[in-house]
Design a protein around this ligand. Structure first.
Ligand code: S3P
Length: 427
C-alpha cells in the first residue's frame, strides 16, 4: 500500500487546471456509444473509473479510439451493442455500473456486471427496482453486484425518485430511450443533470419541466463533447486556497453546472472569498475560472436540498469546517453511508485523529472548528477512498509537521494528477 507524507506550505499564488469531469466523461462514452456516428471527446478524464467505462463499452462492440488527446467513439445507434463475451467489470465506479445497468436493461442479450470490493458493497436495488418495473429482469446478490441482467423490450413508466440520485435518474433515462412509450421521472430534489444536458446536446427527445423529466424513446446522432474540469477535483484546491494564508489560487476551465456548484455556495457562506471569471457554455454545460483567496472561515449548517449538490465534496468541506471558527452541522446526508466508503464514519474517524472534536450523527456530523490551529502530525487511513485521501492531503497543507496519508492508490480512480498539483503548489 502506497503512502505519502505531505508537508505544510506557508502560502501560494498559482493558476492551475484539474483533470476532466468524471461524471461528464462517463456519460460521453455511454451516450456516444448509443448515438449514431462518430462522437469526439475532448479533455476526457483518463482515470481508472472512466477508463473502465471505455473498456466495458468496447466489450459490447463499440469502436473507441484515441488519437492524440482526443477520443473517438464509433456509435451505431440504439440496439447496436453486442453481447459481451466476458463479465463486465467496472472497478470502483458506481456511475459506470448503475448507468450501464440502465443500458443493459434494454438489450436483448444477457450480461453480467460487477466491480471491486467496494462496489460489491454498494446498493444496486435502487436501479434494479425501476428498471424491473420497465420490464427487465435481474439476478443479483440480494440487491448487490454481481448483477446479471436479462434485458429486452421495455415499457415507459412513471417513476418518482425515492432518493435524489443522478445515477438512478440516469439509469432510468438511458433505459427509457429504448422503451416502447414515454417515461416520466419525478425528482423532488434536483441531482446533477449531465445526462439530461448531454442527451439534449445530442438531439434526443428529453424535456425537463418543474421537477419532471419526460423521455420520448428514440435514437440520436453523434456529437462532439468538450469535458470541462471537474469541480469535484477543483474543490480540493478551492478549499486549499481558502484555508492557506497569503494565497490566491485560480482553477481554470472548471465545470459550473448549477447542480454541482454547492461547494462554492457552502464555502462562500463560510466566508470564503471566491470569484468566478470568464464564464462560458460548451456543449450545454457552463464552465469558467474559479479564483479563491485566503479567507477567515466560520462554521455553518449544511442540510436539505443543497446536499446532492455537495455530496462528493463533504470530505473536503469537513476539513474546512475543522479549520474554521465555530460549529458546522451537516445533516440529511445519510447517502454518505453508501459511497465508496461509509464517509460519515471515515471522515469522523480521521478528523478525530487530527484532534478535532466531532460528533457522529446517523445522517451527518457536527464538527467543532479549531479556529485555524495547524493540525498535529498523525497518519491518516484513506480506507481506500479517493475523496478521503485527497481531503486529508489538503489538511496536511495547514498542519504543523505534515500528515502521512496511507493507502493513496485509490486517488487514481478519479484524479491521477492530484499529487502532481500538490507538488506544484509547493514550488
Ligand atoms: C454521480 C452521482 C452521485 C455522485 C457520484 C457521481 C454521477 O452519486 O456521488 O460520485 O455521475 O451520476 P448518486 O447518484 O449515488 O448520488
Amino acid at each position: 500500500m502506497k503512502k505519502i507524507h505531505i508537508s505544510p506550505i506557508s502560502g501560494c499564488i498559482k493558476k492551475i487546471t484539474v483533470q476532466g469531469d468524471k461524471s461528464i466523461s462517463h456519460r460521453a462514452v455511454i451516450i456516444g456509444s448509443l448515438a449514431k456516428g462518430i462522437t469526439k471527446i475532448y479533455n476526457f478524464l483518463e482515470a481508472e473509473d472512466t477508463l473502465n467505462t471505455v473498456k466495458i463499452y468496447k466489450q459490447m462492440g463499440v469502436r473507441i479510439e484515441k488519437k492524440g488527446a482526443i477520443y473517438s467513439l464509433h456509435g451505431n445507434g440504439l440496439f447496436s451493442l453486442h453481447e459481451p463475451k466476458d463479465e463486465l467489470y467496472v472497478g470502483n465506479s458506481g456511475t459506470a455500473i448503475r448507468l450501464t445497468l440502465g443500458v443493459l436493461a434494454a438489450q436483448s442479450f444477457r450480461a453480467s456486471i460487477t466491480g471491486d470490493a467496494q462496489i460489491v458493497k454498494r446498493p444496486m436495488d435502487r436501479v434494479i427496482k425501476p428498471l424491473s418495473e420497465m420490464g427487465a429482469r435481474f439476478e443479483s446478490n440480494n440487491g448487490f453486484a454481481p448483477v446479471i441482467v436479462y434485458g429486452g423490450s421495455l415499457k415507459g413508466i412513471k417513476y418518482k425518485l425515492e432518493i435524489p440520485s443522478a445515477q438512478v435518474k440516469s439509469a432510468i433515462i438511458l433505459a427509457a430511450l429504448h422503451a416502447n412509450g414515454p417515461t416520466e421521472i419525478i425528482e423532488d430534489i434536483k441531482s446533477r443533470d449531465h445526462t439530461e444536458r448531454m442527451l439534449k446536446h445530442f438531439g434526443a427527445k428529453i424535456k425537463i419541466n418543474n421537477g419532471k423529466i419526460i423521455v420520448t424513446p428514440g435514437g440520436f446522432k453523434a456529437n462532439t463533447v468538450y469535458v470541462p474540469g471537474d469541480i469535484s477535483s477543483a474543490a480540493y484546491f478551492i478549499a486549499a486556497g481558502s484555508i492557506l494564508k497569503n494565497s490566491e489560487l485560480t482553477v481554470l476551465d472548471v465545470g459550473l453546472n448549477p447542480t454541482r456548484t454547492g461547494i462554492i455556495d457552502v464555502l462562500k457562506k463560510m466566508g470564503a472569498k471566491i470569484n468566478i471569471k470568464n464564464k462560458k457554455i460548451k456543449n450545454n454545460e457552463p464552465l469558467g475560472n474559479i479564483v479563491i483567496r485566503s479567507s477567515k472561515l466560520k462554521g455553518i449548517t449544511i442540510k436539505g436540498s443543497i446536499i446532492p449538490r455537495v455530496i462528493d465534496e463533504i470530505p473536503i468541506i469537513s476539513i474546512v469546517a475543522a479549520f474554521a471558527n465555530g460549529r458546522t452541522i451537516i445533516s440529511d446526508a445519510e447517502e454518505l453511508r453508501v459511497k465508496e466508503t461509509d464517509r460519515i464514519f471515515t471522515i469522523v474517524r480521521n478528523l478525530r485523529r487530527l484532534g478535532v472534536k466531532v460528533e457522529e450523527r446517523k445522517d451527518g456530523m457536527i464538527i467543532y472548528g479549531n479556529g485555524g490551529k495547524p493540525f498535529k502530525y498523525v497518519d491518516i487511513d484513506s480506507f481506500g477512498d479517493h475523496r478521503i485521501a485527497m481531503a486529508f492531503s489538503i489538511a496536511a497543507l495547514v498542519s504543523d509537521n505534515g500528515l502521512l496519508i496511507k493507502d493513496i492508490e485509490c486517488v487514481n480512480t478519479s484524479f491521477p494528477g492530484f499529487f502532481d498539483i500538490i507538488r506544484e503548489l509547493k514550488k
